[in-house]
Design a protein around this ligand. Structure first.
Ligand SMILES: *Cc1c(COP(=O)(O)O)cnc(C)c1O
Length: 391
C-alpha cells in the first residue's frame, strides 16, 4: 500500500530524465513533452543555462530567509517590474500563495476604502488554487464540494460578461476587486475578449476597484507576450505568477501597481521560503534565456504552426468542436469526454493533458521547435482521429 495521500490519480509512468522537449521513462521509452509539467518547464528539460545557474547558486547559498537582504530577489523584482509595467512585487512559492496574497490585498484595500465586508468578483470556470480562499474563488463546484464552509467574500459572474459585472456594481456596494484569468487554463483554454478586458479596466477605474489578473498559467511568455493582459494594452492593479516563472523551481509572485501598492506593511504578510536565493536565481535565468533566445516570438510562431497544422489535419473530423488558444497555450475541444486520450498519448509517446472533461490541453515548453510542433501535430491528429472514429 502506498503511503502517499491519494490526491492524484497518477498515470502509470515515472520519468527518469529529460532533454529539451523530450523525456525518458524508467523503461527507456521516450516521449514528446507537450505539457511541460503543466506550463512549468518553460525552457524544456535539462536546459544547460538553467542547470548551470542552479548548480552554481546551490554551491554558494540556497536560502537565508527574508529576515535578510536577498540581492537576487531584488534583481528579479526589478526585471519583472520592467517586463510587466508593475511597481512592487512579493515572492512566494506557488500559484495559490500568489493568489492568497492578492485576495488579502483586495481586503486590505477595501477596508482602507471604508468597506467593512469587502468582496471580489470572480468568474465561472475560474481556477485560482486549492487553499481555502483560492478554492472559494475557484469556479468549480466539484473542487469545492466537501470543504464548506467556503471563505466568504466572492461573487461569481459568467466569463466575458461585462453587463453582469455592471449589474452587480449597481446593487452591491461591497465589491472592491475583480479577479480573472486572461486565459482560463483549467477551465478549458478560454480567452477573455479584448473588448471585455478594456471595458473591465475602465469599469474598475470608474468604481475604484482593483483589477486582479491571475497569470499563474498564461503568464511568462506562454501566450506570445510576457503577460497575457499585454495583448489588450491594459495594466492590471494586481498580477499573480507562478508555474513557468522558475522554469521548474517552485516560485510564485504577486505584482502590484498604482493604488494597490503600499498596502502590505511588515507583519501583514510573509513567506519563509518565498523568493529565496535558489528560486530567484532560477527565475532570473529563465527570463534571461527567454529574452536571449527570442522564446516569446517562438511561442507565437510555433503556436500558430500547431493550431494551423491541427486544423488542417483534423479538417472535417466529426466530433471536433474547436481549436483555440494563444501562443503555446492551446485547447482542442471535442464533443465528448476524452480523458482517455491522455493514456493513448502515453502509448504513442506523447505527453498531453485533458481538462474540463472535453478539452485537450497543450502547454509545450517555450523552446518547442517548429519540427517538434509538426511532430506533435502528426502524433496528436492521429490520436484524436482514431479516438473520435472508434466512439
Ligand atoms: C495552477 C494554477 C493556480 C494554482 O497554482 P499552484 O502552484 O498549484 O498553487 C492558480 N491559478 C491558475 C490560473 C493556475 O493555472
Amino acid at each position: 500500500m502506498s503511503h502517499l495521500m491519494s490526491t492524484y490519480a497518477r498515470l502509470p509512468v515515472a520519468f527518469s530524465h529529460g532533454d529539451g522537449s523530450w523525456v525518458t521513462d524508467s523503461d527507456g521509452k521516450v516521449y514528446l513533452d507537450a505539457l511541460s509539467g503543466i506550463a512549468v518547464n518553460t525552457l524544456g528539460h535539462n536546459h544547460p543555462a538553467l542547470v548551470a545557474a542552479i548548480a552554481a547558486q546551490a554551491g554558494r547559498l540556497l536560502h537565508s530567509s527574508n529576515l535578510y537582504q536577498i540581492p537576487q530577489q531584488e534583481q528579479l523584482a526589478d526585471k519583472l517590474a520592467v517586463l510587466s509595467g508593475m511597481d512592487e512585487i512579493f515572492f512566494c512559492n506557488s500559484g495559490c500563495e500568489a493568489n492568497e496574497a492578492a485576495i488579502k490585498l483586495a481586503r486590505l484595500y477595501g477596508h482602507q476604502q471604508g468597506v467593512d465586508s469587502p468582496a471580489t468578483i470572480v468568474m465561472e470556470k475560474a481556477f485560482h488554487g486549492r487553499t481555502m480562499a483560492t478554492l472559494s474563488a475557484t469556479g468549480n463546484r466539484k473542487a469545492q464540494a466537501g470543504f464548506e464552509p467556503l471563505v466568504a467574500g466572492f461573487v461569481r459572474v459568467p466569463y466575458n460578461d461585462l453587463d453582469a459585472i455592471r449589474a452587480i456594481a449597481r446593487y452591491n456596494k461591497n465589491i472592491v476587486a475583480v479577479m480573472l484569468e486572461i486565459v482560463q487554463g483549467e477551465g478549458g483554454i478560454h480567452s477573455a475578449d479584448i473588448d471585455f478586458q478594456r471595458g473591465l479596466r475602465a469599469l474598475c477605474d470608474d468604481r475604484e476597484w482593483l483589477l486582479i489578473c491571475d497569470e499563474v498559467q498564461c503568464g511568462m511568455g506562454r501566450t506570445g507576450s510576457w503577460f497575457a493582459f499585454q495583448h489588450a494594452g491594459i495594466r492590471p492593479d494586481v498580477v499573480t505568477l507562478a508555474k513557468g516563472l522558475g522554469g521548474g523551481v517552485p516560485i510564485g509572485a504577486c505584482l502590484v501597481a498604482g493604488q494597490a501598492t503600499g498596502l502590505f506593511q511588515p507583519g501583514k504578510h510573509g513567506s519563509t521560503f518565498g523568493g529565496n536565493q535558489l528560486a530567484t536565481t532560477a527565475a532570473l535565468t529563465t527570463i534571461e534565456v527567454i529574452e536571449r533566445d527570442g522564446l516569446i516570438a517562438n511561442a507565437v510562431a510555433v503556436g500558430a504552426l500547431i493550431r494551423e497544422g491541427l486544423a488542417q489535419a483534423l479538417a472535417g473530423c466529426q466530433g471536433l468542436l474547436e481549436i483555440r488558444g494563444q501562443g503555446l497555450m492551446i485547447g482542442i475541444e471535442l464533443d465528448r469526454a476524452c480523458a482517455e486520450l491522455v493514456t493513448l498519448g502515453l502509448d504513442a509517446g506523447l505527453l498531453i493533458n485533458v481538462t474540463a472533461d472535453k478539452v485537450v490541453r497543450l502547454l509545450p515548453p517555450l523552446t518547442f521547435s517548429a519540427d517538434e510542433g509538426r511532430e506533435l501535430v502528426s502524433r496528436l491528429a492521429k490520436l484524436i482521429r482514431d479516438f473520435l472514429a472508434a466512439a
